[in-house]
Design a protein around this ligand. Structure first.
Ligand SMILES: Cc1cc2nc3c(=O)[nH]c(=O)nc-3n(C[C@H](O)[C@H](O)[C@H](O)COP(=O)(O)O)c2cc1C
Length: 309
């Protein structure tokens, strides 16, 4: 499996970009367990160009994120070009463009999956990125189309390829579906048949058995999103992890990258995922939301979770 000139071992199983969850600490632990690639949370090209403070945090990289990938979003080709001229993006090996976000706040500005309505503009964005990427591969993540009645994933993917995309990730849902319903892997297969660049299939894969599904669909790899939340060990093919150890390691990473209060707050939402469905943790889950320092959090976790969890 190759994205541009970057080689990946097979099977290719990546962590899909996850705004709000795919922070540097979580990505690092997913890589520890063998994720082939991890992608930053989506970063606004305008935010980058205007020096928005929040973007600095989104651009942090873990030492094991090699090769690395940044996901950019926006709607104007020139801003992608300007963003790629910034030295902050030089450390990334792959430039991914978000053309799949269904959130109205994003789509109403013509960004994210709204670009699937405008193949011309989407192509211009890819071409602008390729021109400014200093030889690095540019990839696109998109959906099947805006709605069931306007599915254009095949023609869209063909246009992205023509514009210079080195690989695409296809999430097998429409914008209208958001994250509901089921991903349509037959339609992902239609895309994989139509283009010669690698296609990474995405949608509803929760374990490494999903690799088989992706291979059957003609994909070169698979990206896991929600299936990895609270389960970074899924990348090692494990159904269950040594929960307390995993959480403590994750918290340790979060403390390396964020001030303590931010790390603890960031961990709350991850802990919600780690502890979902774990019996006997109701009280712990309630406690966690009131804890704001790492020492108390570690104490509560050690008390509330046995090593066997
Ligand atoms: C909380 C959340 C945040 C997401 N953030 C992004 C994002 O920043 N960029 C992106 O391309 N997709 C984003 N996605 C979509 C996922 O990458 C993925 O395509 C989707 O969840 C389907 O895969 P899954 O069924 O494995 O979760 C997000 C999804 C969720 C649930």
């Amino acid at each position: 499996m190759k994205i541009g000139n970057i080689n990946f071992a097979q099977p290719f199983v990546s962590l899909a970009p996850l705004a709000g969850y795919g922070d540097v600490a979580f990505r690092r632990i997913c890589r520890d367990y063998g994720a082939s690639l991890t992608v930053t949370e989506m970063v606004s090209v305008k935010g980058l160009v205007y020096g928005n403070e929040k973007t600095e945090c989104l651009l942090r990289l873990a030492p094991n994120e090699t090769p690395s990938c940044v996901q950019l979003f926006g709607s104007e080709p020139e801003y992608f070009g300007k963003a790629l001229a910034l030295p902050e993006l030089d450390k990334f090996d792959i430039i991914d463009i978000n053309m799949g976000c269904p959130v109205p706040k994003v789509t109403k500005c013509g960004e994210g999956s709204a670009l699937m309505r405008d193949e011309g503009r989407a192509s211009e964005i890819v071409a602008a990125c390729v021109a400014c990427a200093k030889g690095r591969p540019v990839t696109v993540k998109h959906r099947l189309g805006i709605s069931e009645r306007s599915i254009n994933a095949v023609s869209f993917a063909e246009k992205m390829q023509e514009a210079g995309a080195a690989a695409i990730t296809v999430h097998g849902r429409t914008t209208a579906q958001g994250y509901s319903g089921v991903a349509d892997w037959d339609k992902i297969a239609d895309v994989a048949r139509a283009v010669s660049i690698p296609v990474i299939g995405n949608g509803d894969v929760t374990d490494l058995c999903g690799i088989e599904r992706a291979v059957k669909a003609g994909c070169s790899g698979v990206a896991l999103g929600r299936g990895a939340l609270g389960k970074p060990y899924v990348f090692a093919g494990e159904k269950k992890g040594p929960l307390l150890n995993v959480i403590l390691k994750h918290l340790g990473y979060a403390l390396e990258y964020f001030p303590e209060a931010v790390a603890v707050r960031t961990m709350r939402k991850h802990l919600c995922k780690y502890l979902a469905g774990v019996r006997g943790t109701k009280e712990l889950r309630m406690q966690i939301n009131a804890i704001s320092d790492a020492e108390t959090l570690v104490g509560a976790l050690k008390k509330g979770l046995s090593e066997e969890c």
